[in-house]
Design a binder for this molecule. Structure first.
Ligand code: PMP
Length: 407
């Protein structure tokens, strides 16, 4: 049974004052606890000023608080130094920064970029565009029959020509967690720049970059109880040294003359313009919140809910799960279809039961092509979900099946 005290946790989330809400869409974006909302509101009301600029106390203290969040993120990820933490708009921006600021300058025709067949568009389209710009080839670690990656051809895929290996930490469609250790070791062996898209992984499991074996990791605050508009790029210092800024302007320079400029030290050189200051405070509060509950406890809670849901959904007639049907190496994201009911119709009926799920292609169109479905419905769990939420989902699905005459 779920391990977290969900009664206490739910009391922290104002959205759950609506007792009829069964929110099962945290893979898209999580709900926000009072602690995060209040930290941001309090800072905006009493602590706010632009950072890095003012000599006055309010700006100095805002700068200190902004930088303290960088320290907090570094500790949260097990980074060697706060200088390894770059604030970005989100996972998408982090990946684009790497593709432009590293890939564009270093890739040559026929170099290889390796991704998997289960990437979110955020970890696919930037590499497609990089391949187009440089003449590099984009290749895919294939999905196996069991909705896990087929690593049998890894040696052939990741070779001396491979310059970038970018892989999701957890599929936002299937819930599959790939064997990152094996893939990242293969990338390391050939000196490729290895990148983990941690958008789904970091909010749900302990991730320690000192043992992960990747060169870079990105994630977004909004899927981890934090606000939209801020995320993190962590990279090893050697890789950050190789990275060129892709945005230019205020705050990222050291000196500027009429025709030239030099860059500020890392990581400031990657943070042009006024940063998301209030959002950074929110990210800090979100980390505090998640750490207080415990990332392993959250992961265990997810696993228990997933086990319960896979069992319960397995009994719903005409329901097909697209993803691993055991809890081995998977997270709390379950995609499904029901007979030939369109997932949007399904989601609409579920909504009438207060059950909020996502329906669509989940920004992973090539993966859905492999699954041979145009769309799925997707339920995803987080620290505030309960078995009652899953019971409500199952009941709503049975109702939908009856309404559409498939069960
Ligand atoms: N990667 C994965 C696996 C995701 O699920 C998402 C968000 N759905 C992203 C990247 C992109 O995150 P963001 O939209 O916050 O940049």
């Amino acid at each position: 049974m779920p391990l977290l005290d969900t009664t206490a946790i739910r009391a922290d989330f104002p959205v759950f004052e609506d007792r009829g809400l069964h929110f099962l869409d945290s893979a898209a974006s999580s709900q926000k606890p009072r602690q995060v909302i209040e930290a941001m509101a309090d800072f905006a009301a009493h602590g706010y000023a632009n950072v890095n600029r003012g000599a006055y106390r309010l700006s100095v203290s805002a700068t200190e608080r902004y930088e303290a969040v960088r320290d907090k993120v570094a500790a949260f990820l097990g980074a060697g130094s706060s200088d390894e933490i770059v604030f970005v708009r989100g996972a998408t921006t982090g990946i684009n920064l790497l593709a432009h600021g590293w890939g564009s300058l270093r890739l040559r025709p026929d170099d290889r970029i390796i991704v998997t067949e289960m990437e979110h568009h955020a970890n696919l389209v930037p590499w497609q565009m990089l391949a187009r710009r440089t003449g590099a080839r984009l290749e895919f670690i294939p999905l196996g029959e069991d909705h896990r990656l087929d690593l049998s051809g890894l040696d052939r895929l990741i070779d001396e020509d491979t310059k970038i290996v970018a892989v999701t930490g957890m599929s936002n469609v299937l819930g599959t967690i790939p064997p990152l250790d094996v893939i990242l070791a293969a990338a390391r062996e050939v000196g490729a720049f290895s990148i983990v898209d941690g958008a789904q992984l970091v909010p749900h499991q302990p991730v320690d970059v000192s043992t992960l074996g990747a060169d870079a990791l990105v994630f977004s605050a909004h899927k981890m109880c934090g606000p939209t508009g801020i995320g993190v790029l962590w990279a090893r210092p050697e890789r950050l040294e190789e990275l060129e800024p892709i945005e230019y302007g205020g705050d990222m320079i050291s000196t500027v003359t009429r025709y030239t400029a030099t860059w500020a030290p890392i990581p400031q050189r990657f943070e042009a313009g006024t940063p998301p200051i209030i959002e950074a405070i929110g990210l800090g509060a979100a980390i505090d919140y998640v750490e207080k509950i415990g990332r392993q406890a959250i992961a265990d809670h997810d696993t228990e809910l997933t086990r319960y849901a896979l069992d319960a959904l397995g009994d719903v007639p005409e329901l097909r799960i697209h993803g691993p049907v055991d809890t081995e190496s998977r997270g709390g994201v379950i995609s499904f279809t029901m007979a030939d009911i369109h997932p949007h119709d399904l989601a609409t009926i579920l909504d009438q039961h207060g059950v909020a799920v996502r329906a669509g292609h989940h920004c992973a169109k090539p993966l859905l092509e492999i699954l041979e479905v145009p769309a799925t419905a997707r339920a995803s769990f987080y620290l505030y979900n309960t078995t009652e939420d899953i019971d409500a989902l199952v009941e709503a699905l049975r109702d939908a099946g009856e309404i559409f005459g498939v069960i």
